[in-house]
Design a protein around this ligand. Structure first.
Ligand code: GEK
Length: 242
């Protein structure tokens, strides 16, 4: 059983900006499952996309890997020979815990876990690149340069899976989706206090954008084909093929 997320359960005089520190890393598996509707379905599908797109003598990237849930889905579904999986997270606590988790699941040794900023890495030729709820933490102006680097790193037929919290351009729909997301969190056992304190902590840290913004940026980065293949309330995942 993963440790229960109780980080925002007691009243905080001043809620600090959200950080991926050790307190968060130690409960992250529980936190993300109870906060992101459809998270587990997306992880399963990352395995399916990997089976369809991973090619021999290439690399698969999990950018912003946290505890390695997507990395594990990739490794468990690699039928291809000589395909190296690279999991990257800039949080020291996340990268360390990810290494421990990967050792435990014992899915071979064709992977590395790197503690780095994904904006600064040099990509190797790739067939699968996963950004599962990570782009939303990158400053808005740095998102296109990162997606362009990703497009350039992908080989023809390679895939980017991009999952994000999104906002609706229609204000009424946006309010409704936000309310329903909070209702989802309450149904997962979070209190009103936890929901509102976490929301304050994420303000200006997690910056969501609309479906339209994501799709036009994917085009600008070079992707001619992309599709929003998943949506549950204000959480979505896109599939873009080079
Ligand atoms: C999952 N993908 O379970 N460079 C590297 N890592 C970063 C950067 C950056 N510039 N910015 C943020 N991160 C995972 C979940 S969580 C999503 C991803 C969430 C890392 C950050 O440290 C954190 O571990 C992760 O991106 C985002 O499938 O918390 O909503």
């Amino acid at each position: 059983m993963p440790a229960k997320d109780q980080i925002y359960s007691t009243y905080q005089e001043k809620v600090e900006a959200f950080q991926f520190d050790d307190a968060v890393a130690s409960v992250f598996s529980d936190m993300i499952k109870r906060s992101v509707p459809g998270y587990e379905a997306i992880i399963t599908m990352i395995g399916v996309f990997t089976q369809a797109h991973a090619k021999p003598d290439t690399h698969c990237y999990d950018l912003g890997c946290s505890l390695g849930a997507s990395t594990i889905a990739i490794l468990a579904n690699l039928d291809t020979k000589n395909c190296q999986v690279i999991a990257i997270d800039k949080s020291v606590s996340m990268a360390q815990r990810c290494r421990q988790n990967l050792k435990q699941v014992n899915l071979g040794n064709n992977y590395t876990v790197q503690c780095e900023d994904i904006r600064e890495i040099t990509f190797k030729p790739a067939s699968v690149i996963v950004l599962n709820f990570t782009l939303q933490f990158i400053p808005a102006l740095e998102r296109l340069p990162l997606l362009t680097k990703i497009y350039n790193a992908l080989l023809p037929g390679g895939v980017l899976i991009l999952s994000e919290k999104i906002c609706a351009e229609n204000t009424k729909l946006n309010t409704l989706q936000t309310e329903l997301h909070h209702a989802f969190k309450k149904a997962q056992g979070y209190s009103d206090l936890e929901i509102s304190q976490k929301r304050s902590a994420l303000d200006n840290v997690l910056v969501p954008e609309s479906q339209e913004t994501h799709e036009s940026r994917l085009r600008e980065a070079g992707f001619k084909q992309s599709q929003m293949w998943f949506q549950c309330l204000n959480f979505a995942s896109f599939y873009a093929v080079k």
